[in-house]
Design a protein around this ligand. Structure first.
Ligand code: ZN
Length: 211
């Protein structure tokens, strides 16, 4: 069963602890063995996520391989987040939500214009670009991403859509780095579909080194 929300205190030295405001980006290198906890503080807040080998960024998150290795569309506890070079980047060591999307990708200005007729709009791809820039990475480095706390069910007929989020206030996911990883987060600013419950809220990002 999933664990209840509101996680126990980190079991080690806290290296970083930050509230990421509604619609904002965040990025940091997580060293091997460190744990990154993302908390959906108020519930139904999508957190778009990319990761790269910090020493060799051409090695990066691979959605298809992550799904094939886990045999699931949704990330949850014990899922190994895979690179395209067949290595584990993060292991999901705790998860109170159970539904983290691997297929719907991030919102962009162009997709918002296409789908909703709006231009310009705040969007996750711009946030990714902002988070990547300090590390010398950019548009060519953006691939299919994870959406923590976002629910995208797929029907037997292949129908899919962003559905009402299932995350509750305090839901969290703990990711243990299995290599030195650059993690890039967009606290999604989307207001035109149910990804964020039509209410943008803060998240918390905590990094610690376990005892
Ligand atoms: Zn978004």
């Amino acid at each position: 069963m999933n664990q209840p929300p509101n996680p126990s205190a980190p079991d080690g030295a806290i290296l970083h602890d930050e509230i990421v405001g509604p619609g904002k980006p965040w990025s940091r290198v997580i060293r091997t063995g460190e744990v990154l906890r993302l908390v959906d503080l108020e519930g139904t807040q999508a957190v778009d996520f990319l990761c790269y080998n910090a020493d060799n960024p051409v090695e990066r998150y691979n959605a298809g391989d992550t799904m094939k290795v886990s045999g699931k569309l949704f990330l949850t506890k014990d899922t190994r987040i895979m690179s395209g070079l067949g290595r584990v980047m993060f292991t999901v060591i705790a998860d109170s939500c159970g539904f983290h999307d691997t297929i719907a990708g991030c919102c962009s200005g162009e997709s918002n214009r296409l789908r909703y007729g709006l231009w310009p709009t705040p969007n996750c791809r711009d946030n990714f670009l902002e988070g990547l820039k300090p590390f010398g990475l950019g548009m060519r480095d953006i691939v299919a991403n994870i959406n923590f706390f976002m629910y995208v069910p797929v029907g037997a007929d292949g129908a899919m859509a962003i559905a009402d989020g299932k995350s509750k206030a305090g839901d969290y996911v703990d990711l243990r780095a299995e290599m030195d990883v650059l993690a890039v987060v967009s606290n999604c600013p989307q207001m035109n579909n149910p990804a964020n419950g039509y209410n943008l809220t803060p998240i918390r990002a905590t990094v610690w080194r376990p005892n």
